[in-house]
Design a protein around this ligand. Structure first.
Ligand code: 5AD
Ligand code: SF4
Length: 469
């Protein structure tokens, strides 16, 4: 064994599942350079902030966190150790030059489409630092590598095959967005829609299952806009892809996120009826229940279109549970428009949901509208909506008590002898069970409702590790 200490890498991930996936892939491309995970940024030879630009708060947080990382670097420098600082993700893509100007100590700024080139960037950054040290200018402004183009060749072809790190894995099948909702920065930061070829996805899914995955969540900014090239060059939609994935032996569960109502085509909806592995839980953002606001947002569908989609899905899969995203206080939103959102929520009922105050993003059409809504009005609407959504979430979880579910057990819980898993509806479920059951789908009966999870026992009492009299 070598005596050289491994280099340590700390990645902080902000924002969506795509970023979680990208962070894992960045760790994968840096592993061959000797980088292993660090416990904290203070111990790291390299820190990456994988940023989110979707709302103003998330973007601003990056600059305050950078200040903290810089302080860690100074502490390390005093101990004769170095640190490379990189900013990745959507803030990097949108504000790369501003980051270089506001935080000139950052070594690397890279967009979401270029991280396969990280090893080369790291080597260049390290060389630039050594040269500076040679000049006696250590700690001065770094060479500053900026790599935020959208390369013609997709990065997926240059990434190592991912391995599942547990029974639940993610697989990115689609990126980018061409929908240009008037409030959203994604089409500018993530670029045009791109779908990976079917053969690549099937290969990657098989290798994830071989390394232990039992559930795969297909990821994409607009995942159901998927239109990848099939083996004979024909175009496959997500429904067809889900059917093919369901044929992989050992893969028990398939999910996908995030979807757009406009792309819920008949074949995909029918797949929810025909493919048992497709989980009966769908995150389908609607944003608003008002047709006037939906049109202003350029969403391309009405509130009734959304209702019809939900009705069809529930006809095909009566236990379908739903999640959504909502924006309150979009420019021009009246009390009546907001009430239409509340009405839609009351009708559809959601198992969980995310709701946000509209945040004006520079460069998007909605940001320059004169009809911006005062902050206190947005606050009041958000409060009312979240109250209703939380009530629905509690009711959904409460209704789970007494039911028997298939739960994919994914890891050990906080208490000795406890395992934690996911219900079909993405609820966290814990049960007393032997660790040998990690990675299996267990038939469990839910017996209690905890603040953030459900407590369960084995439906088949012989598997219980607790003997009851
Ligand atoms: N302001 C508030 N929320 C936004 N989202 C996207 N852009 C904005 C914005 N400018 C929300 C939408 C989207 C989710 C990922 O973030 O609800 O579905
Ligand atoms: Fe943004 Fe709309 Fe594209 Fe979703 S569909 S990523 S909200 S532009």
């Amino acid at each position: 064994m070598s005596d050289t200490p491994a280099k340590r890498l700390f990645i902080k991930t902000y924002g969506c599942q795509m970023n979680v996936y990208d962070s894992a892939r960045m760790a994968d491309v840096l592993a061959p350079l000797g980088y292993a995970p660090a416990e904290s940024p203070a111990d790291a030879d390299m820190v990456i902030l994988n940023t989110c630009h979707i709302r103003e708060k998330a973007a601003e947080k990056v600059f305050s966190d950078l200040g903290r990382v810089r302080a860690y670097r100074s502490e390390r420098a005093a101990a004769g150790k170095d640190m490379i600082i990189a900013v990745a993700g959507c803030v990097a893509q949108a504000e790369g030059a501003e980051i270089m100007a506001r935080a000139p100590f950052v070594d690397i700024v890279l967009g979401p489409q270029t991280y396969h080139r990280l090893p080369e960037m790291v080597a260049r950054a390290a060389r630039a630092r050594d040269e500076k040290k040679g000049d006696g200018k250590a700690g001065a402004k770094s060479a500053g590598i900026l790599d935020t183009e959208f390369p013609v060749e997709p990065k997926f072809d240059h990434l190592p095959a991912p391995r599942a790190e547990g029974p639940a894995a993610f697989l990115s099948i689609q990126e980018g967005c061409d929908k240009f909702c008037t409030f959203c920065v994604v089409p500018y930061t993530r670029g045009a829609e791109y779908s990976r070829p079917v053969a690549d996805i099937l290969r990657e899914a098989k290798s994830l299952v071989e390394s232990g995955a039992r559930e795969i969540t297909l990821l994409g900014q607009n995942v159901n806009a998927y239109h990848g090239a099939g083996p004979a060059g024909e175009v496959w939609g997500l429904g067809r892809l889900a059917r093919a994935l369901a044929g992989i032996e050992g893969l028990s569960r398939i999910r996908y996120t995030t979807s757009h109502p406009r792309d819920m085509d008949d074949d995909l909806m029918a797949a929810h009826r025909d493919v048992p592995a497709l989980m009966p839980f769908l995150h389908l953002p609607v944003q608003s229940g008002s047709d006037k606001i939906l049109e202003a947002m350029n969403r391309g569908h009405t509130a009734d279109d959304y209702r019809r989609i939900i009705a069809t899905l529930r006809e095909y899969r009566p236990d379908m549970a739903l999640s959504s995203d909502f924006i309150v206080g979009y420019p021009g939103e009246s009390d009546k428009d907001f009430e239409a959102t509340m009405d839609l929520v009351r009708e559809v009922t959601f198992a969980q949901a995310f709701s946000f105050k509209y945040s004006a993003r520079a460069g998007t059409p909605a940001a320059v509208l004169k009809t911006q809504i005062p902050e206190d009005v947005k606050d009041a609407r958000l409060y009312a909506l979240q109250d209703l959504l939380l009530e629905q979430q509690r009711a959904f979880n409460q209704a789970s008590v007494g039911r028997t579910f298939d739960v994919l057990l994914t890891h050990a819980g906080r208490h000795p002898g406890q395992l934690v898993g996911k219900s079909p509806y993405l609820q966290a479920v814990h049960v007393m069970a032997d660790p040998k059951y990690i990675g299996t789908v267990a038939r469990l009966k839910v017996v209690s409702l905890e603040p953030n999870s459900l407590g369960a026992v084995w439906a088949d009492a012989s598997k219980s590790t607790i003997k009851t009299a």
